[in-house]
Design a protein around this ligand. Structure first.
Ligand code: AMP
Length: 197
């Protein structure tokens, strides 16, 4: 068994909260690989793989890819050697069923998550920001309907995870509003305090 400490993290928050930006900084600071299911799906869509073809319409509609498929992809990813000292999961788990699937994958190696960072933002503000961005960038895929639907899916399927991880004593809530750097500082301060326990 390696003596090096492990840092197994998850970042959670509504679509548009700035998870990706903060995730990039977290993985750099804690030297862990970044596992984003959204990125995995997008890369497959771009490369037109069978997986990409299967999920592209689901993603365009702002719906969730079926749990079974998503769970399998993450389970495979967590078998790679680079997760030996930890990882940051971004965008997974997103449903209670995915939490259970992740629990069983981690149990195999007697591992568990260390901390779950929740980026707290006001949903109305996020929707307004996303709509503004879609307009400026002319993103046809980010219609108001899809943007709102993603928020609904988050509220229904993903928000229950907040209580679940809070009950396990893993939740680190961080105010996600304000300057990007200020949010990063808050995350680092909260995580450092918890991880050094
Ligand atoms: P993201 O970049 O995390 O917002 O993910 C983009 C899209 O990929 C989501 O809107 C979903 O359609 C799909 N997706 C990403 N992660 C998951 C997941 N854990 N479960 C189901 N679908 C997912």
């Amino acid at each position: 068994m390696s003596e090096t400490p492990q840092t197994r993290l998850l970042i959670i928050g509504p679509p548009g909260a700035g998870k990706g930006t903060q995730a990039a900084r977290i993985v750099e600071r804690y030297s862990v690989p970044w596992i984003s299911t959204g990125d995995i799906f997008r890369a497959n869509i771009k490369a037109a793989t069978p997986l990409g073809q299967r999920v592209s319409q689901i993603i365009e509609a702002g719906k969730l890819v079926p749990d079974e498929l998503t769970n399998e992809i993450v389970a495979d990813r967590l078998k790679r050697d680079d997760v030996e000292h930890g990882f940051l999961l971004d965008g997974y788990p997103r449903t209670v069923e995915q939490v259970h699937a992740l629990d069983s994958v981690l149990q195999v190696d007697a591992r568990a998550l260390d901390e779950v960072v929740l980026l707290e933002v006001d949903t109305d503000e996020v929707v307004a920001r996303l709509l503004g961005r879609a307009e400026v960038e002319g993103r046809v895929d980010d219609t108001e309907e899809v943007i709102r639907h993603r928020q609904e899916v988050y509220a229904e399927q993903t928000e229950p995870l907040i209580d679940l991880y809070s009950t396990r004593g893993l939740l680190v809530s961080v105010d996600g509003l304000g300057e990007v750097d200020a949010v990063t500082e808050r995350i680092f301060a909260a995580l450092d305090a918890k991880l050094q326990k």
